[in-house]
Ligand binder design. Sequence first.
Ligand code: SF4
Length: 189
Amino acid sequence: TKYHVTPEMLDDLSKESFPPCMKNIHENLRKNHHLRHYGRLHYGLFLKSIGLSLEDALNFFRQEFIQKVTPERFQKDYAYNIRYNYGKEGKKVSLSAYSCNKIINENAPQPGDTHGCPFRHFDAEHLKKFLKSCNISEQYIEEMLEDVKQKSYTKACSKYYQAKHNHPFPAEELYHPNQYYSESRKFFT
Ligand code: SF4
């Protein structure tokens, strides 16, 4: 699943093959040209895992962030962390992307944050609006809201996959945003 992904591909990929958590961060980044700490961390590591190179990641985030901060500030406050994700700074370990379990259960988003699992962290109204904007049908939305009531967040997410692909999620269990992504790419390519 490690083929090369470039920044120009991300808008289409986010609609077609990103799980809701990553699609939500991507859309917020495009809209606000900024992400807070965990948004940058979760999304940056997801992008690394789908095959975005360090150089492309720096260009992609720079192009967005410098619409809000100076290039110097980007260099000083943000570039380090992106390089760090790729194991190029600090302890020099290449970090791995966050699993559903971690995204669902750790570091719940605070106001202004964009990370987190929409099924776990959005209230019902926000979730409905978000899913509608993803072109999910009423019937699927109702089923997902039922799963959410049962706290079956990854089950709701496999239903999102099913709605998007018109095909059930192929693995027995959904446990990682990058797993969602690679199953989706396998399906479409
Ligand atoms: Fe992301 Fe996992 Fe939540 Fe799906 S279930 S939105 S992949 S955290």
